[in-house]
Design a protein around this ligand. Structure first.
Ligand code: IMP
Length: 431
């Protein structure tokens, strides 16, 4: 049986983990499994829209902005310049994790001085913008992510370092909040916002630093670094199913800009792909199952958002989607998650090709019109009925499960190096 230590001894020092579908692939579990073997785990983009769930001895831990490495006592967590941070929520997240008994959390976190501050009113703006879009809403997590990144791109956002000059901070946050009030005709309680941010700042200020310099030094010292992706390739602002995407670059390139590390700092990339596909929020989903089987997979896979609790849309594994992520990110191998959820499904389908009229296409079309016309070629494989949650060796999987994995490898153009067969930390097969 291949063990995680054997597996990781064959891995490069500095590894990135990225989602290959529309998020919720189960990145947190692999990051947790690996974290013990890395000294630093870094988040480069996004905010508390992410939700990584880790189960240890039936106890569930949910991480939002914090990298999901903190269960391991010696691992440090970096929250990079490309993230958007609601300091008050971050304090709550830290306190909740401390209450579960995790030790020394604060001494193991570094927060970038250049990360943007996400305020409560960004959530208000997010909800208002969604409301105004009506039927065209994105289905965001309503965590204020888009409006905060909007301020960043419009060069009117505030960064963590702005908190160090309170007078200047006050002036700028008032100007920013007033802009949103006028723009959207909403009322913002600015004084309350300033007060809660200042309380949170006092609790977290020792953790603020130039994480770029910290990481640069760490790389010089040869420390092992894990780059933790949030969301997934098809939610990327440039490469995803725009406009039904998140507001940052969540694919490989975003690691470099979101942490200030050069491309060569990432030596190996593992893509995470669920054994089927899910999506939360609106937007195209070619292999979606809007039937009883979709409901069955949702129930078996507990497919409800870790951040919002929304039911996830479920569908067949889409090799076009995963192959696309493999190619654009330079993914070296895949971690296939939740294979156990498919136990009992008699026939399994995999989408292999997309056609629009007489033309083969290689991306998910972004317009509704094109999606309505999309013709999908499927391959059907026989399923398996055996419980696989205690299997730890690939050769002990039912033959049909092995064939399913092998076909995914062939169609995605990428080897599957590990397989998740249950919620628990140990429920992983390494090859
Ligand atoms: P936002 O990131 O809250 O602006 O949401 C934009 C889109 O990304 C929506 O479809 C969300 O459901 C989706 N999204 C954002 N974060 C996650 C995540 O961590 N998992 C899955 N979907 C996400």
């Amino acid at each position: 049986m291949a063990k995680i230590t054997d597996f990781l001894s064959g891995c490069s020092k500095n590894l990135a983990i990225l989602g290959t579908q529309w998020g919720d692939e189960g990145k947190g579990k692999l990051i947790d499994a690996f974290s013990n073997h890395f000294e630093l785990v870094c988040r480069s983009t996004g905010g508390a829209n992410a939700g990584h769930t880790i189960v240890v001895d039936d106890k569930k831990y949910v991480f939002h902005l914090m990298p999901s490495c903190l269960l391991h006592p010696n691992t440090e967590a970096i929250i990079g310049n490309g993230t958007v941070i609601n300091l008050t929520d971050l304090v709550t997240e830290v306190e909740k994790l401390e209450a579960t008994g995790i030790k020394n959390i604060q001494s193991r976190i570094k927060i970038s001085l250049h990360a943007h501050l996400l305020f409560e009113y960004h959530k208000q703006v997010d909800a208002e913008l969604e409301n105004r879009k009506g039927d065209n809403k994105i289905g965001t997590t309503c965590r204020g992510i888009g409006p905060c990144y909007g301020d960043k791109i419009n060069r009117m956002g505030l960064r963590v370092e702005d908190l160090l000059d309170e007078e200047n901070f006050r002036e700028r946050i008032i100007a920013n909040a007033q802009f949103h009030e006028k723009n959207l005709d909403i009322t913002i309680d600015i004084e309350k916002e300033i007060e809660s941010v200042m309380i949170a700042k006092e609790k977290l200020k020792e953790l603020f630093c130039d994480t770029r310099l910290y990481l640069s030094q760490a790389r010089k010292e040869g420390r092992k670094i894990l780059y933790e992706g949030a969301q997934a390739h098809h939610l990327d602002i440039d490469h995803g199913t725009y406009p039904y995407v998140t507001s940052s670059n969540v694919s490989a390139g975003g690691i470099c800009t979101g942490l200030g590390v050069p491309p060569k700092a990432i030596e190996e990339i593992i893509g995470i792909a669920k054994a089927y596909t899910t999506r939360v929020g609106e937007g195209p989903f070619p292999t979606e199952l809007e039937d009883e089987l979709g409901d069955q997979i949702r129930a078996q896979g507990h497919e409800y958002g870790a951040t919002t609790g929304r039911p996830r849309r479920c569908g067949w594994f889409d090799a076009v989607v995963v192959r696309n992520a493999v190619e654009f990110n330079g993914i070296d191998s895949l971690n296939l998650t939740k294979l156990d959820v498919l136990t009992g499904v008699t026939e399994l389908k995999i989408a292999t090709e997309y056609w629009l009229d007489d033309t083969r296409i290689y991306n998910v079309p972004t317009t509704q019109k094109a999606n309505d016309k999309l013709s999908i070629k499927y391959e059907t494989l026989p399923g398996w009925a055996e419980d696989i949650s205690n299997v730890r060796d690939f050769s002990e999987l039912p033959l049909n499960a092995q064939k399913y994995v092998t076909r995914i490898e062939e169609l995605s153009g990428c080897p599957v190096s590990s397989i998740g067969v249950g919620a628990d930390r140990q429920a992983l097969i390494f090859r």
